[in-house]
Ligand binder design. Sequence first.
Ligand SMILES: [Zn+2]
Ligand SMILES: [Zn+2]
Ligand SMILES: [Zn+2]
Ligand SMILES: [Zn+2]
Length: 478
Amino acid sequence: MKKQIHKRCFDYSKSPHLVNLSLVKFSFGSRVATDHRVHAWQFEFKLGGPLAAARRTTQLPGEVLVQEDALAATTKLDTTLRSHCSTCLHRCPAPLPCPTCSLVVFCSEECQRIGVAGYHRAECGVLPTLVSLQLDPAAALAFRVLSSTTLPALRSKVSALLQEGSGTRPMLSVQRDYRTLYHLEGHDTARTESQLQETAAIACVLAHILFENCSSFLMDNTGKFCAISEEDIILVGGQLMRLILGLECNIHLTKEALVGTAVMNKGRGQEVGWSVYSALSFVNHSCVPNTLSTSHGKIKFLYSINIIPRGAEITDSYGERYVSHTRTERRTALQQHYYFCCGCAACQADWPLFKDIPEKPSLRCPSCFQALARFTCRLCDISCTSQATTQTGIRLYNAPDILKQLNKAWHDFLKATVQIQKGNISPELVEMVVTLMEILDKYTVYPSQAIINAQEALMACFDLMGSVHFLPITPKQK
Ligand SMILES: [Zn+2]
Ligand SMILES: [Zn+2]
Ligand SMILES: [Zn+2]
Ligand SMILES: [Zn+2]
């Protein structure tokens, strides 16, 4: 069922709301910087693709900016192990077990083969221990990274990385290997001594488990055990520590939307696992982000939720958005978890909370961006009643006409949200939400409750196009 919905939405070709990633190219020109704000990811279209004729220079709301498979992913270490595939993080309606233990399940023979021949070979015997440790997400994922490799392979990977890293900082790029995990920003210099000691203690326990209980970790590719030296213990412990710190600042929650309850509620579904990505780890935070990511198993989709002009920075929210939390609350949480002081537009100007922003959208002046009064801006001495360009180069629009379009789009949007709240999704419903979002983005004063509501509905659409769990309907609900 969920696969069908997903496919239907991605076959959507009427207008390019969900374009192929190959059309989008990211530019990242600088070297690794310790300043968080420096890795600015911008989008640019590659001309020559199927959409080149259109020569679009903006990204519309609802388009896919990034579609990325996880570099590493794990289910939560609890009952989720029995309900979701350990390899791809999809829910398993007909689970296949591990041939040896009764703790994990796989959704297909392919996922079972990947698990049993790979990461689960080392994990199989130690899962009860890992579960009982109640590991934090970053520690659980760091263990998964190392249990997917072997000591001889790790030795050669790290020695290669140490050689290339001597002297200068390496260039960052989107790569699907250990190098990316190794270079994740862990902000270790910003951490307190006790935080580092705590992480070191966890790394020590996990290294002990790998050496003592995971025989496959110690085998080379001919199946021979390798001798362990003191250096190896330092290597594995050090890599675990590095991974945990890096993952703490770069981990993504893998969520599943729950249909049968209110879909457009706050939590946006339940957490089923944790994962880490290469391209997505470059995306900076903003309390007023222009994108949103959703999970389809361990695959992430990053969607635009605003019109993003060509060359603009792509931002995602690591924490709470400005509409629900005050600047102090947001900055405190971001400082605690990600070690930076947010300087986004909402933080700089200290934007008001949802309850304090205007409910209704107002058409804006194309010159000063303030609200028009009867289609006129007194400040700029502009009457915005037809499509024309003024002598000073201001592009006017037909405001009475746009107002009519806005009213119709709002009416359609209200009808669409009733369906979306029930967990229904179709290209037509997405189109209705996107149409409203585009008009609001292009012609109205920012922010308004209407814009936030449209974005919330768009987010609910993306969630419904990702992993979805249909809860059984109780007789009362029928
Ligand atoms: Zn699977
Ligand atoms: Zn097993
Ligand atoms: Zn901010
Ligand atoms: Zn004006």
